[in-house]
Design a protein around this ligand. Structure first.
Ligand code: DON
Length: 576
């Protein structure tokens, strides 16, 4: 059951996928987009890798002042909301995975929730078909933002106690109030985003020039309203965001734009601490994000399948073939089984069991690709979606933070709640608007991920920490919608199995298969003979421009090595 991504999505990632999809030859005609090499840094006492340099340096500064990784991550999270507005946010949500030096592992779920007025018909048209306009481009798509609650919870429970929230937010407030010169990476290349922003005067006034053009490198981005919102939170804590004038302005803006969010929806929002998904891989411990992300479950499932093979010695074509086989099996399980853990019973233990992986592995033919249609519901032995941003932090005390957060599309819906400076997400497209109908990332889902009041849509974000002998070894994660989890998988396999250092692993061309469509997306840079070997086994190769960005840290005997993914530009690894 081959499926193509839906047309006319004004979203750069998807435009790139569509472009790539139009290229029939496995010999990639995209050599101009060859991936560069990761900027990397080595340091002994602390490391931050983030998609924007000012934010990364703010994190390092907190570490230098004696802060722990959580303090630094919270400061980076608020800073990116100012310096990297297409994905850093207050009006979106995300996930933070923390490893503490005392051995505790924590997952903080600050995913957006659907307003009470959303139900399983909300994103359908009059004929009962999924209506992408509603789920991607209308105010119905806006989930109740979780970022402020999540960052504040992390700080309150796991910060060092040496800083107040206001201390950690101060650099972000100054950057919003005083402004800063934008770079090519801060803004999105025209013409895609101006179109999304232009329809909302409250957004256009901040992010576009008076003639409607995107800000050009060197232009100053001043966000006075955002500075005001940040100051209110710095003074009053998260309740100042969820219960008071900011919440009222957000609800009013959403409703004026045709959405259903109320001030009560904001008032009742809670970030939730959850048990991380755990796995092991060749003696390492995997700590990752549980539902409402599919990421951790899929990652552990894929690693479990792959553990049965000798990836270190396989030739590259065979290695990639096996990765693809593992990917489609895990993505099929995602579609069928996973959803908001407060609403559905996710079979996490079963899907992440070694024995379950062994059964999947038994059906893998090393010479022939398994068609996606062969692993639909019940195909198993037992029945039963660059506009996100990831940063990694390690401190000198042995704590690590892996954080991915998002507005979904670049600048989210593009709507700024007037008077707040806060861009609002369109995260609710991550629900399965209708069973078996793809979202913007081509991901399908069923009842487990149906839209409903208060529900959290299933995510692919996969902030992950790999431990070696109980200590942080790798901290990784990525944006990229459905491609996130397979990017994280390849960073881990490239380091552990293929012996790459973190900068090489982060830079290496990636492949991706998400079960539906039955295609293997490949980035530029893989040898033609490898692609030909995959095709010979039955894989359908589709060229794809790079758009994940796995800003990662590896702990080595020589110190902490940070690697800033070269794909998007602008990312920085900085340490001390
Ligand atoms: O939560 C998710 O899985 C998506 N909303 C993430 C979106 C994303 O990574 C956009 N970047 N290409």
């Amino acid at each position: 059951m081959s499926r193509t991504l839906p047309p006319r999505i004004s979203f750069v990632c998807l435009a790139l996928v569509a472009l790539a999809g139009a290229l029939a030859s496995p010999t990639l005609a995209l050599s101009q987009d060859r991936i560069g090499h990761a900027q990397s840094a080595t340091a002994h006492d602390g490391m931050v890798v983030a998609q924007e340099g000012r934010a990364a340096r703010i994190g390092v500064d907190i570490l230098k002042k004696g802060g722990n990784a959580v303090d630094a991550a919270v400061a980076v999270g608020f800073a990116l909301a100012v310096t990297y507005p297409r994905a850093g946010n207050l009006g979106g949500g995300g996930f933070m995975v923390i490893h503490r030096s005392n051995g505790d592992n924590i997952a903080i779920d600050y995913r957006e929730t659907a307003p009470q007025g959303i139900n399983d018909k909300s994103f359908l048209d009059a004929q009962g078909n999924a209506d992408p306009q509603k789920s991607r481009n209308s105010a119905l798509a806006i989930g109740v933002p979780g970022t402020v609650a999540g960052l504040a919870l992390a700080e309150q429970k796991y910060g060092s106690g040496r800083f107040t929230l206001a201390d950690l937010m101060a650099p972000a407030i100054a950057l919003a109030r005083d402004g800063f010169a934008v770079t090519e990476q801060t803004t999105e290349p025209p013409p895609i985003d101006p179109l999304r922003l232009k329809r909302w005067p409250s957004a256009a006034k901040i992010f576009l020039k008076t003639d409607g053009a995107a800000l050009a490198p060197g232009d100053r981005l001043v966000q006075a309203d955002l500075a005001g919102s940040l100051e209110a939170v710095a003074k009053g804590g998260p309740r100042a965001f969820y219960d008071g004038p900011i919440a009222q302005k957000i609800a009013a803006a959403v409703q004026a734009a045709g959405g259903v969010m109320t001030a009560d929806d904001l008032k009742s929002y809670r970030a939730v601490e959850r048990a991380p998904v755990r796995g092991t891989y060749r003696g390492y411990d995997i700590i990752s994000m549980p539902p409402p992300s599919s990421g951790g479950v899929e990652l552990v499932e894929m690693l479990n399948i792959l553990e049965g093979y000798d990836l270190a010695h396989d030739d590259q074509a065979q290695e990639l073939f096996l990765l693809v086989e593992a990917m489609k099996r895990a993505y099929a399980d995602r579609a069928l089984y996973l959803g908001d853990p407060d609403e559905v019973n996710n079979p996490v233990a079963r899907l992440t069991a070694k024995a379950y992986a062994a059964k999947w592995r038994a059906g893998i033919d090393p010479d022939h690709a398994t068609p996606a249609s062969a692993m639909r519901s019940g195909g198993m032995v037992e029945p039963e979606g660059r506009n996100t941003t990831h940063f990694s932090v390690v401190d000198r005390f042995g704590n690590a933070v892996s954080n991915t957060y998002t507005l979904n599309f670049s600048y989210g819906l593009g709507l700024v709640a007037a008077g707040t400076g806060i861009l609002l997400n369109n995260e609710l497209d991550d629900f399965a608007a209708k069973p078996d109908t793809p979202n913007a990332y081509g991901l399908i889902g069923f009842d487990a991920n149906a839209p409903g009041p208060g529900k959290r849509p299933l995510s692919s974000m996969t902030p992950t920490i790999v431990l070696k002998d109980g200590k942080p070894f790798l901290v990784t994660g990525s944006p990229g919608g459905s491609r996130i989890t397979t990017a994280v998988l390849q960073v881990i396999v490239d380091v552990i199995d293929r012996g790459m250092d973190i900068a090489d692993a982060v830079s290496a061309p990636r492949i991706h298969d998400q079960w539906v469509p039955d295609q293997v997306f490949v980035e530029p840079g893989l040898p033609d003979k490898v692609l030909a070997a995959l095709q010979a086994r039955g894989d359908k190769i589709v060229a794809q421009r790079p758009f994940t960005s796995a800003n990662s840290i590896e702990s080595t005997p020589d110190g902490l090595v940070g690697a800033a993914d070269p794909r998007e530009g602008g990312a920085l690894a900085a340490g001390y």
